[in-house]
Design a protein around this ligand. Structure first.
Ligand code: ZN
Length: 185
C-alpha cells in the first residue's frame, strides 16, 4: 500500500506529477496539502491514530513550475514511456536499447527536438525514414498529432491513471481515452 502513487495537484488543480504514499502522508500531516480523494478502503495506523490513505492531494499554496527544465529531464526515457516502448511506425515493441528517437519533421528540414516532434522508432524504421517526413517516406505514424500535442507530462500521468479512476477528473482524461481508443481501433 505504501508503494502506490498519489497524484499531486497544484493549488490551481493543475496536475504536477505523482509522489509516493509515504511522502504524501508527510505533506498532509505537515499541513502542506489537503486531501482531495482517498484510496478506497486503505488505512494506515499510527500508535494513536488511523489515517485514510490519500489518492489525490492538492497543495495549499500555489507554486510556480519551471516547465522547461522538467520537460528536458529524462526526455528520452519519458518519450519511450509515452509511446509504450513501441515503434510508432511499424508497431513493434522493443527494449530501450533497440529504440531510437525519430524527428517526425526531420532536423534537416528544420524540425525541432521537442517532445511533440519526437517519437519512438526502431532502428530499422528510423534508417528507412531518413531525412524525410512521414508523408514523404510514406510511413504513416501510429500515434496522432492530437496525442503528441497533449504534452509528455499529461500523457505519462494518464498512463499511471489507467488503474486510478479517481484521478480521471483531475487529468481531463476524456480526450486522451478517446484518442487512444481511436488509434487502437
Ligand atoms: Zn519500426
Amino acid at each position: 500500500m505504501l508503494t502506490g502513487r498519489v497524484l499531486l495537484l497544484n493549488f490551481s488543480y493543475e496536475p504536477l506529477g505523482t509522489v509516493g504514499v509515504a511522502r504524501s502522508m508527510c505533506l498532509w500531516i505537515g499541513g502542506k496539502v489537503s486531501v482531495e480523494e482517498y484510496d478506497g478502503e486503505n488505512v494506515l495506523h499510527s500508535p494513536s491514530q488511523v489515517f485514510r490513505v490519500p489518492s489525490v492531494v492538492r497543495l495549499r499554496h500555489y507554486i510556480h513550475v519551471h516547465r522547461k527544465r522538467r520537460e528536458t529531464t529524462m526526455k528520452r526515457a519519458r518519450i519511450y514511456i509515452r509511446d509504450r516502448y513501441t515503434c510508432q511506425y511499424c508497431g513493434e515493441h522493443r527494449h530501450a536499447k533497440d529504440l531510437t528517437l525519430d524527428h517526425i519533421y526531420p532536423r534537416a528540414q528544420g524540425g525541432e527536438s521537442t517532445p511533440q516532434n519526437l517519437v519512438t522508432a526502431c532502428v530499422k524504421c528510423n534508417q528507412r525514414k531518413g531525412n524525410r517526413t512521414p508523408e514523404q517516406a510514406r510511413m504513416p505514424l501510429l500515434t496522432s498529432q492530437k496525442l503528441l500535442q497533449l504534452g509528455l507530462d499529461r500523457v505519462l500521468l494518464c498512463h499511471y491513471a489507467e488503474s486510478k479512476p479517481e484521478w480521471r477528473k483531475y487529468l481531463f482524461m476524456d480526450d486522451f481515452v478517446e484518442e487512444t481508443q481511436r488509434i487502437a481501433a
